[in-house]
Ligand binder design. Structure first.
Ligand code: GAP
Length: 439
């Protein structure tokens, strides 16, 4: 049963709240607008998205190392990077109703989407998106610091530290996952655009002459990552930026876009940042930021290819793409057909009944599988309802302990998508699941 696009958004938002993926932040105080908290299953999904990114970008590669840089940073970094001057959005106000909009996101420059007034917008003014705060007890301009609006600058400012300690040489990359903050004028569409979000970024430093080749390489590599994790091919596309869309640092950018309920929108940008950032920081700090090959005497400032993805936004896309409804025995079954690597729980252990004689063996089965995978344990309600609950949070395998288990020392394993069941001896259970739950 296909879910129509208009309904999909509401259904996924509703499921997120109902099943514990995403909650409105500060809900008990009426909610803090456009800010979200990740609940018991949401935090697992988000961790799995980040883990899969880390595995493919760092663990499986010898040419990429990791970093975890500070979120608070001095103005000098953002002055050099160009963000203090250029990281702005054009802001307009409606003179009639006072609503504020990003001018570049308005469909009709002459009509207010809130009140419908015509020609009511003020002149656009540039609004800087960085959050500013103060470090220490004295509130003056010398104590001003910024919350990073992208993780990327930590990789540039640590370029020499990493080069000198990691024994890497171009082409090589520095990867980082972490929170970024932007004072978005129009946050919205659930967790798609928020003021606090998580990014997964990698700066890949290459010999200047090779930058176009590496740009193509990373566009393909990153598109394949989403496909490999189960996003449907027709839900994804690569869109090349027009010249007037390019960020101040970019020579070329392509976006990986996802078909959201409101249309195509960005999941990740892959940019050729050239030697812009390293040169800017070298000039501003007075430190040389370049690669020096002691063998050949070759010396140059590498160019940078940057695949920059949003972890929170990507988690939402995985949820939207995996949501399905099926009719089973005259009832609607909601399920998340998530790739098992992303599923919050890999295994649910379910005693058929709450009777004492089933609880002990169920706890033993849980003890057996829990060290290997994130497991849920549920002994409430009828078994059918518990299966439905696990389907809806994307758990690929349910293991049921029944009265026969006491005799045959075997359990029933039910697979989420096919609903097929296998009887598996307990002593073979870990091996059975291991052959299906590839990390
Ligand atoms: N370092 C380059 C950079 O930050 P970006 O296109 O501005 O590029 C990269 O951001 C990714 O971060 C985006 O593709 C998106 O997935 C995510 N992102 C950016 N702003 C966001 C926001 N306000 N809320 C959620 N995710 C955001």
């Amino acid at each position: 049963m296909s879910v129509n696009k208009e309904e999909l958004f509401d259904k996924v938002v509703n499921l997120s709240k109902r099943r514990g993926f995403v909650f409105q932040s500060a809900e008990i105080y009426g909610g803090f607008r456009s800010t979200y908290d990740y609940g018991p299953v949401g935090v697992l999904l988000l961790r799995n998205v980040k883990e899969q990114w880390w595995r493919s970008m760092v663990q499986f590669r010898q040419d990429v190392v990791g970093l975890d840089a500070a979120i608070l940073s001095p103005p000098s970094i953002w002055e050099a990077s160009g963000h203090l001057t250029n990281f702005t959005d054009p802001l307009v106000d409606c003179r009639e109703c006072g609503s504020r909009f990003r001018q570049d996101k308005l469909e009709d420059l002459n009509s207010c989407p809130s009140c419908g007034a015509k020609s009511s917008f003020t002149e656009a003014r540039q609004f800087n998106l960085m959050f500013k705060t103060n470090a220490g007890p004295v509130i003056d301009s010398a104590a001003e610091v910024y919350l990073r609006p992208e993780t990327a600058q930590g990789m540039f400012t640590n370029f020499m530290n990493v080069l000198n300690t990691s024994r890497k040489k171009p082409p090589f990359g520095i990867a980082q996952i972490g929170k970024s903050f932007r004072n978005e004028i129009t946050p919205g569409n659930f967790v798609f655009r928020t003021r606090e979000f998580e990014q997964m970024e990698m700066e890949y430093f290459v010999p200047p002459a090779d930058s176009d080749t590496w740009f193509e390489y990373w566009c393909k590599e990153r598109l394949d990552w989403y496909l490999n994790l189960g996003i449907r091919e027709d839900s994804l596309r690569l869109r090349v930026h027009d010249a007037d869309e390019l960020s101040h640092y970019s020579r070329a950018t392509s976006d990986i876009e996802f078909s959201f309920p409101w249309g195509w929108d960005e999941l990740e940008g892959i940019a050729n940042r050239t030697d812009y950032d390293l040169n800017q920081h070298a000039q501003a700090s007075g430190n040389k930021l370049e690669y020096n090959d002691s063998g050949t005497g070759e010396r140059y400032v590498p160019h940078v290819i940057e695949p920059a993805a949003g972890a929170t936004r990507t988690a939402m896309a995985f949820l939207m793409d995996a949501y399905e409804e099926e009719e089973v025995n005259g009832e609607v079954r909601n399920l998340l057909k998530l790739d098992h690597r992303l599923s919050p729980y890999k295994v649910a252990v379910l005693p058929l009944s709450k009777k004492d004689e089933l609880i002990q063996p169920s706890k033993e089965v849980l003890d057996l599988v829990q060290p290997h995978w994130m497991c849920d344990y549920d002994q409430t309600q009828a078994i059918g309802r518990r299966y439905r609950r696990q389907d809806e949070i994307g758990t690929p395998y349910c293991v049921t302990i029944d009265f026969e288990t006491l005799e045959d020392k075997a359990v029933t394993v039910r697979e989420r998508d096919s609903m097929e069941q296998d009887r598996v001896p307990i002593k073979e259970l870990v091996e059975y699941l291991s052959s299906r739950l590839i990390p």
